[in-house]
Design a protein around this ligand. Structure first.
Ligand code: NDP
Ligand code: 2IT
Length: 445
């Protein structure tokens, strides 16, 4: 039976210029066929038709003045996708490529990822086509203040709680939080990823990368394997890549490569993370600087070459569609045994087919990178009770959440006839909770 293929077609026709959104919906609905067969009442209640349409989309002008006194105009977005199981929750991305398609795909996936965490958070995403590269701190501040001036009308600690994503880290969250507080005269947990001095949670900075490794370690454990002594390649050199590398190294792996959008570094002796943190977090420089500190390492221009490095474990942590079919084939022919998606939708559908057919361990983004938003939800909890847990307390909760997500995902895969396919398992397990809540809450939204 193909209960959902006409809906996929409808979404493609209704959203013609949104390839990333179409890709995310198509992948999801393909996994949900057996769920639709078992739940005719969800079809009758229009759950599938409703879940692919955002509850609300806000697009706004962001004008700001640069250091030369020139007026700049960017486009801001917040797509509030689904609030069935909790207040909207999801990051903000600042990158010149940002458009409605990208924010919608991210908001759609966030809904199911957030459901997998087991915590009460709905799905949303936002951002702007603003390019933070090369901007001064004051320019970043003026942009963030202008962005928040409009965004503040649509968010709130019990309504919608944004956080970071590409181009948004502690500095940007601080500027946005300050502006929200000025405008509203209230000190609430309206953003997560805040600094530790004003309500942030310990371990939130590390959470996405650490959580990714906890999930991948669970996948490896199921085949009596582990990170120990494995060669690991990680793309990106931002928040997720750096803390993913840190945890992989702590678990005994040798991380040999990192990248940015210009190229990648290869250090067979093992990447020195202190150097990377200094280059990326303190100096905000390009990853190519690394070879100046470690002359035995090599820098290569272009990012896709990173997937031709021989490795046991590949962790894409940069951006969507960064692994295509030929990169996936290169990984497999070099003996890669596991892929864990730290980024959102980093593998193209063709690459995913290669991974699933080859029967390597494949951890899908919605499950693998859910530790970031899960810890954001723990930050919300701490803000609500006006209390802070220790690093160890938060990290232990994160570990338990990632292990629970692995169990839910692999069990759902088995139950619905996709044994071993964690992509289908994550899609199904994430969907069921949201669908059940939507069904209970009635049709009118
Ligand atoms: P950062 O901005 O900290 O780092 C992004 C990294 O990816 C940079 O190295 C950047 O290189 C690279 N990158 C970005 N765009 C491209 C591109 N088009 N091509 C090649 N490389 C690119 O972001 P994060 O580490 O926070 O996010 C990385 C991924 O993880 C994203 O997909 C994000 O959605 C996802 N994610 C993030 C979470 C979080 O908590 N931060 C949680 C869950 C998922 P350059 O400097 O050259 O742009
Ligand atoms: O994609 C993601 O899950 C994030 N960027 C983190 C979102 C959050 O609210 O912490």
């Amino acid at each position: 039976m193909n209960l959902l293929s006409s809906l996929t077609q409808h979404v493609i026709e209704k959203n013609p210029n949104e390839p990333e959104f179409q890709q995310a919906v198509k992948e999801m609905l393909e996994s949900l066929e057996p769920v639709a067969e078992l739940h005719p009442e969800w079809i009758d209640a229009g759950i599938f038709d409703r879940i692919v349409e955002p509850e609300r989309q806000i697009i706004f002008r962001v004008s700001w003045i640069d250091d030369n006194g020139v007026v700049n105009v960017n486009r801001g977005f917040r797509v509030q996708f689904n609030s069935a199981i909790g207040p909207y929750k999801g990051g903000l991305r600042l990158h010149p490529s940002v458009n409605l398609s990208i924010i919608k795909f991210l908001g759609f996936e966030q809904t199911f990822k957030n459901s997998l965490t087991g915590l009460p958070i709905g799905g949303a995403k936002g951002g702007s086509d603003f390019n933070p590269k090369g901007k001064s701190d004051r320019e970043i501040m003026r942009f963030c203040q202008s962005f928040m001036t409009e965004l503040s009308k649509h968010i709130g600690a019990d309504t919608d709680v944004p956080a970071g994503d590409i181009g948004v880290g502690g500095r940007e969250i601080g500027f946005m939080y300050g502006q929200y507080k000025r405008l509203r005269n209230e000190f609430t947990g309206v953003l997560t990823g805040k600094g530790l001095s004003y309500g942030g949670s310990l371990a939130r900075t590390e959470a996405t990368g650490y959580g990714m490794c906890y999930f991948v370690e669970e996948m490896l454990k199921a085949t009596e394997n582990s990170f120990k002594d494995k060669t690991v390649v990680i793309s990106g050199s931002g928040n997720v890549a750096i803390y993913g590398a840190e945890k992989a190294i702590q678990l005994g792996a040798n991380v040999v490569a990192l990248s940015d959008s210009d190229g990648y570094i290869y250090d067979p002796a093992g990447i020195k993370l202190d150097t990377v943190k200094k280059i990326k977090e303190v100096n905000r420089q390009r990853i190519s600087e690394y070879v100046k500190y470690h002359p035995t390492s090599k820098y290569h221009k272009g990012c896709s070459g990173i997937w031709t490095i021989k490795c046991d474990i590949a962790l894409p942590c940069a951006t969507q569609n960064e692994i295509n079919e030929s990169s996936a084939n290169a990984l497999i022919s070099n003996g890669c045994i596991a892929v864990g998606e730290g980024a959102n939708m980093p593998s193209t559908p063709e690459a995913i087919n290669v991974f699933l057919k080859s029967k390597i361990l494949f951890g899908p983004a919605k499950a693998v990178n859910a530790g970031g938003v899960a810890t954001s939800a723990l930050e919300m909890s701490q803000n609500s009770i006006r209390y802070s847990w220790t690093f160890e307390e938060v990290d232990n909760k994160l570990k338990a959440i990632m292990s629970d997500i692995y169990m839910k995902t692999s069990n759902a895969a088995k139950e619905y006839g996709f044994e071993g396919n964690l992509l289908a398992g994550a899609n199904i397990a994430g969907f069921i909770k949201v669908a059940d809540a939507m069904y209970s809450e009635g049709i009118a939204y």
